[in-house]
Design a protein around this ligand. Structure first.
Ligand code: ADP
Ligand code: ZN
Ligand code: ZN
Length: 716
């Protein structure tokens, strides 16, 4: 396929029956580790094995058998055991790990380590079975079926994988619970079904509220009817509790496994095993779920495919969306990517006819129309405490009509900075190139980058004047202003501070749904997925900063975010209103948001990308480096840039090496940072370049600089 064609190869068939096994261990090293296979053990590829490592032991994944080792026979250690209660990974799963390792230039063991739940990687742990259950014979063809936390497993006569398919169970897509599809939804379902038995990527472009979820659920039901499993990826699970409830209700609790960071380790391990055994027919998860093993995956759905949270930003910096496409391609199954505002990469694939397209142009609920989006010129209508007169008036009207308002502020805390009017001192983090944010409730200044906290000073630490003023607005300050302006209103705030307690977010969202909240204030956490029929007004504050960001994707993200947040308004019978407060009401981006015209925005943005030679018209890799010692990271990156230029010239590879630069956040948590961007018109060229260059960086023996490669970086 066009997306990843140029680089996939499968590891050589392992030589069977030889006394050496190569094991992937979660270490930041390139190579696999060789171990002897003692008599009586059969660590077939994909088995989890316990091996001695230094003075400890580790659990790794057996990757292949080998004829010999470079390590002298006497020094070769033997594997201790094969983990009995975890069925071995299948070859397609191992191939997926292998691809990720090579494409993202990480060790295979790191990929496996990221993919395996921590509980399964523990050397000594209690067996995974529920107490009182007979032990399951450890045999690869008879995978252990762990109990679902709430649903003890039904005894199965037969461990035969084929039999598992023969028990599809009820597929209760009952008519009461599902909507009768609109014509557009029917057409979308048809488009997806056209290639249900092969690799068939579909971009489902649907305006907010157009009923994409219903399309996903129909397709999932279809996959289940065919006896296959479905994977539904969502950006963040806590934000869409309704979706999880809907799936449980419709398909039955026992058929669903959830996979996200809100689970504890035991739950994660059980979900993983349930997906692997086929017991879970549907996996609903966040990005990590894309690396889960499946017995027979038949469909992948990626909701909000443009969402930044699909990109892991540390360690194995993979894109779950891209890995999902690759996985679908390898398995020869359909993949549906849904969004109101697809990434420009996916949109371009659709334009190039690499992806089929289905469009839902209207809201699904009859009578519901897209909201009326307007800008409020903040140069004329000067905001007080962040709020313009026009917005306050509009909120007042909603209160009178007993409707709900959402005020979107993309900064948590009270004020982004504390400022001394006497000497211009302002609160900065000593460890980061960033301001300390005033959190008034906690009486603290906090760094949102490194977590540093300190008491709010009473007087200026620099000149002693007692003239400190908060500057700018965070969610807390806007909340306070709204409480003062509308003392009678029921107001709730949603941001990471207010929802750190488990269940807190669901609690507030439940109240909103029940109509117990008049005004909701929040960060982009609120932009996604919720459906509140009585919410008819959205106000967005301080949108402008992204217009002038150094990151070439900032405008794309702002557009997507505003369309999403605007999409919260008017999902019921009443038309919604959206007010965007801006100093630049004439900016084309706002005009496109106002028209809710994704295509117009996307085509213009693509023209710019084409001219500038940025993705999707080129491929990028970013070298990031950081060091505690001043200047070292930059020196390392500059050196890497020289090496890169020489290598590109020597190997005649068309890879462009940018200049080493300091990122906007130049210092973070006491580390000084530097980075280097590489670009090529060809993914394959970039990849083959990175192979050699990474090896030379690995060999550089630089110990004080921490560095990593980010392939297809999302934030530059
Ligand atoms: P999207 O994910 O595209 O933003 P949703 O899937 O949240 O949209 O659907 C928006 C609303 O439309 C939901 O309340 C959903 O129940 C409703 N809906 C979906 N499909 C239909 C349909 N065919 N008929 C009536 N209502 C529908
Ligand atoms: Zn001062
Ligand atoms: Zn800091």
């Amino acid at each position: 396929m066009y997306v990843f064609t140029e680089l996939s190869t499968v590891p050589a068939t392992p030589a069977e029956g030889l006394p050496i096994v190569r094991v992937a261990l979660d270490m930041p090293l390139e190579s696999l580790f060789d171990f002897r296979v003692p008599e009586g053990l059969d660590p077939a590829p994909g088995s989890l094995v316990v091996v001695p490592f230094g003075r400890t032991r580790k659990v790794g994944v057996a990757i292949e058998r080998a004829a010999g080792s470079e390590i002298a026979e006497g020094r070769l250690k033997a594997i201790e055991s094969v983990v009995p209660d975890v069925p071995r990974l299948g070859q397609p799963d191992l191939d997926l790990f292998d691809f990720c390792a090579r494409y993202y230039h990480r060790a295979l063991g790191e990929v496996a380590g990221a993919a395996l739940p921590a509980r399964l990687r523990q050397v000594s742990r209690r067996a995974l079975k529920a107490p009182g259950q007979p032990p399951h014979p450890p045999h690869p063809a008879h995978p252990a079926h762990p109990p679902h936390p709430r649903h003890p497993r039904h005894p199965r006569e037969d461990g035969d994988p084929a039999k598992a398919h023969a028990q599809p169970g009820p597929v209760p897509a009952s008519a009461e619970m599902s909507h009768e599809l609109t014509q557009a939804q029917q057409a979308a379902v048809r488009t997806c079904l056209e290639g249900f038995d092969r690799f068939h990527p579909v971009l489902l472009r649907g305006v907010t509220g157009s009923g994409k979820t219903e399309v996903y659920l129909r397709l999932i039901a279809e996959a289940m009817e065919r006896g296959r499993q479905a994977l539904l990826l969502v950006p963040e699970i806590g934000l869409t509790p309704q979706l999880e409830a809907q799936i449980r209700e419709r398909f039955g609790e026992e058929n669903l496994a959830a996979a996200h960071s809100h689970l504890n380790e035991g739950e994660r391990a059980r979900s993983w095993l349930a997906a692997q055994s086929g017991e879970a027919r549907i996996v609903l998860g966040t990005r990590l779920a894309v690396l889960m093993p499946f017995r027979d995956l038949g469909l992948i759905v990626v909701d909000e495919e443009q969402d930044l949270s699909y990109k892991q930003q540390e360690g194995l910096r993979y894109s779950a969306r891209d890995v999902a496409v690759l996985r679908a391609q390898r398995l020869g199954i359909p993949i549906v990517m849904g969004s109101a505002t697809p990434s420009l990469e996916s949109f371009q694939h659709a334009l190039d006819a690499h992806y089929a397209v289905a469009i839902l142009g209207e809201r699904a609920v009859s009578g519901a129309v897209l909201p009326d989006v307007k800008t409020v010129d903040t140069r004329a209508d000067r905001p007080q405490e962040g709020l313009t007169f026009a917005l306050k008036q509009a909120i007042g009207r909603r209160l009178a009509a007993k409707e709900q308002s959402l005020v979107f502020v993309n900064r948590r805390g009270y004020a982004p900075v504390l400022f001394c009017r006497a000497c211009t001192w302002h609160s900065t983090c000593s460890r980061c190139t960033a301001n300390l944010v005033l959190h008034r409730e906690a009486r603290e200044l906090r760094c949102h980058h490194c977590g540093h906290r300190e008491r709010v000073p009473v007087a200026c630490p620099n000149c002693g004047a007692a003239d400190l003023a908060p500057v700018g607005h965070g969610t807390q300050r806007v909340e306070q202003a709204l409480r003062e302006a509308f003392p009678e209103a029921r107001i709730e705030r949603v941001d990471r501070d207010s929802t750190s307690r488990r269940g807190a977010l669901a609690g507030v969202l439940g109240k909103v749904r029940e109509g117990e909240v008049d005004i909701l204030i929040g960060t982009q956490m609120l932009a996604k997925g919720h459906d509140y029929p009585k919410l008819t007004l959205v106000g967005a504050l301080d949108c402008d900063s992204a217009l002038f960001s150094a990151d070439f994707r900032a405008a794309e993200r702002l557009f997507a975010q505003l369309v999403q947040v605007a999409g919260r308004a008017g999902r019921g019978a009443r038309r919604g209103e959206v007010l965007l407060q801006t100093d630049f009401p004439g900016h084309p981006l706002y005009a496109a948001v106002a028209l809710q015209d994704y295509e117009r925005f996307a085509r213009a943005a693509l023209d710019e990308r084409r001219m500038a030679g940025f993705p999707p018209f080129s491929y990028l890799a970013l070298l990031r480096a950081e060091s505690k010692k001043s200047g070292e990271a930059m020196a390392f990156v500059k050196d890497a840039a020289r090496t890169a230029r020489r290598a590109a010239a020597r190997e005649k590879l068309a890879v462009e090496v940018f200049d080493a630069v300091a990122p906007t956040l130049e210092r973070k948590a006491g580390f000084e940072r530097a980075q280097l961007l590489l670009r090529s018109a060809s993914r394959a060229t970039l990849q083959s370049f990175l192979n050699g260059w990474k090896a030379s960086l690995d060999a550089s023996q630089e110990r004080r600089v921490r560095w990593s490669l980010d392939v297809d970086p999302q934030e530059v």
